[in-house]
Design a binder for this molecule. Sequence first.
Ligand SMILES: Nc1ncnc2c1ncn2[C@@H]1O[C@H](COP(=O)(O)OP(=O)(O)OP(=O)(O)O)[C@@H](O)[C@H]1O
Ligand SMILES: [Mg+2]
Length: 382
Amino acid sequence: MIRIDSVTKRYPDGTVAVDRLSLEVPDRAITVLVGPSGCGKTTTLRMINRMVEPTEGGILLDGTDIRQQPVNTLRRSMGYVIQNAGLFQHRTILDNIATVPRLLGTPKKQARARAAELMERVGLDAALARRYPYQLSGGQQQRVGVARALAADPPVLLMDEPFSAVDPVVRKGLQDELLRIQDELGKTIVFVTHDIDEAIKLGTMVAVLRTGGRLAQFAPPAELLSAPADAFVEDFLGADRGIRRLSFFPSAELELETEPIVAADADAETIAARSAAPYLLVTDADGRPLGWSEPDRLTAGAVDTGQLLDHGRPFVPGTDSLRTALDGAVLSPTGRAVAVDGEGRAVGVVSQQVIGDAIRAAHSRAAGAADAAGAADAEAVR
Ligand SMILES: Nc1ncnc2c1ncn2[C@@H]1O[C@H](COP(=O)(O)OP(=O)(O)OP(=O)(O)O)[C@@H](O)[C@H]1O
Ligand SMILES: [Mg+2]
């Protein structure tokens, strides 16, 4: 574990970049530092690998002050990724990635084999190995930066706005890739961003810093969204806080209705038996949703699928959140969301009202859990 213990950084010109910051960075998880420009994120990150030395306070790695080991040994245990990747322009992609293993004395052939393996891991085509950085897109260069940082297999990764310079679609791809790699490798990652959505998506824990390098809140993302510590954090989280919080509530417990589902070739009897519902979901022969219809507009035996109302975006109970379910219901003109299984076959439908009830239940459960945690804390203090 990395423990930042009441660290202050005052630059020689008097600027206080970080002010008595204390944080416990959990092992094998992503801890995000987020905050407005100039709030001390980069300074904090650089103090962890000693590119910057604190003015006061200290940083412990697994209980030992990081100043107790040679700085090179420390840095070898910490991969570092920066915006625009910071690649060596005169080296090929493969040799960029192999840099640190080569420095550590790994034979060239072995280092290159490791680099090739990492290219695959970060989703880079092997055909790019012999290219130079300027021959790659921004997103590809960032992937090389991540691969290079992973090359010596350090337990810690420090990432300073690694995905800020690429467009939103590429950025989403890089974020998903990082989460996947993290699932496999379980690094201790400290990730800096000024993008609160990125922080909420990637962070196990999120530290919100305010200008002057002071910690505003340190909490898991769901807790930031449900209980921002003050007006600054609330403001920084921005609009749609309530909607975004729904991403943390599972859809698995939504009560699904199955009666209002009919196949496109359903006979008159089947349709009549289900016509109590205001809308029926019509599926194809495999059970995949085609769209909605009012029961009396359906022609038995041969539904005109061109007449159906859009079924919105289906959700997968157990995988998707209440946010996705609500989105599906809001997108459909019937106000109902369609639940599908992993193969895309309809397993039920659910109305906005039922989703609304589930949201209220989830809120009160979360509030109950928070109260219980608060009571346990109070008990522990006593
Ligand atoms: N070498 C330096 N000398 C003096 N002041 C510095 C130095 N480096 C950074 N600062 C100042 O310290 C403060 C924090 O800088 P830092 O780079 O840590 O911010 P940041 O949160 O990473 O910002 P950004 O989001 O813009 O990257 C800023 O006011 C900055 O001007
Ligand atoms: Mg910075």
